[in-house]
Design a protein around this ligand. Structure first.
Ligand code: ADP
Length: 185
């Protein structure tokens, strides 16, 4: 199962590259510096061009001189990407699961959805936040991400048309599919 209808929103899983998504907003799994990095972050800045970094620098100067705290989210231009906007969030670095990681991961997803709703962005694509360099076990991240998003969509029906999870590998897609099946059951 790769789609689930939740109120008026389609929750969809796809395998692919987040930078290629033609949606209103793509989410960047950034780090607190907002100055770019590896994985999703590197790909977004590389393909989106320098305009994104310029806006990130402005956000740092004006609002977050010490960096964007974990779980928060901010919006910039998407530069040359097909998407209209980039929502940058910082997921938690996995330690042992007892350091508040689930709560912080849920907050990252929630704040991205809040930013999207505030800006009237109706289609949004997420990568699997924190499950790359940040080491969050995907078996735990996938059900949390999907249930967090599903809960939000039920609370705010009509605000968002589509939430797409873009999984880089077949293996990651499989994990999310299992989690979606459990959610839909
Ligand atoms: P984090 O630092 O939050 O762990 P990463 O960018 O390292 O973020 O990885 C998050 C997830 O995104 C990983 O599962 C990784 O395989 C995947 N990923 C990396 N590049 C892309 C991309 N271009 N599109 C979609 N997913 C990607």
């Amino acid at each position: 199962m790769d789609t689930l209808q939740i109120a008026e929103t389609t929750l969809r899983l796809v395998q692919g590259d987040i930078t290629e998504q033609d949606v209103d907003a793509v989410v960047n799994a950034a780090n607190s510096t907002l100055m770019g990095g590896g994985g999703v972050d590197g790909a977004i800045h590389r393909r989106g061009g320098p305009e994104i970094l310029e806006e990130c620098k402005g956000i740092r100067r004006s609002g977050y001189p010490n960096g964007l705290p974990t779980g928060e989210a901010v919006v910039t231009t998407a530069g040359k990407l097909p998407a209209q906007r980039v929502i940058h969030t910082v997921g938690p670095v996995w330690k042992d699961g007892a350091a508040g990681e689930p709560d912080l991961l849920a907050r990252a997803y929630r704040n991205c959805l809040e930013r999207a709703r505030e800006e009237g962005l109706r289609t949004i694509a997420f990568p699997s936040i924190s499950t790359g360099v940040y080491g969050y076990p995907i078996d735990q991240a996938a059900p949390l991400a999907l249930s967090m998003v599903a809960g939000y969509l039920r609370e705010h029906p009509g605000a968002i048309e589509e939430v797409r999870f873009v999984l880089f590998s077949e293996k990651d897609l499989k994990r999310y599919r299992e989690a979606l099946e459990n959610l839909g059951a």
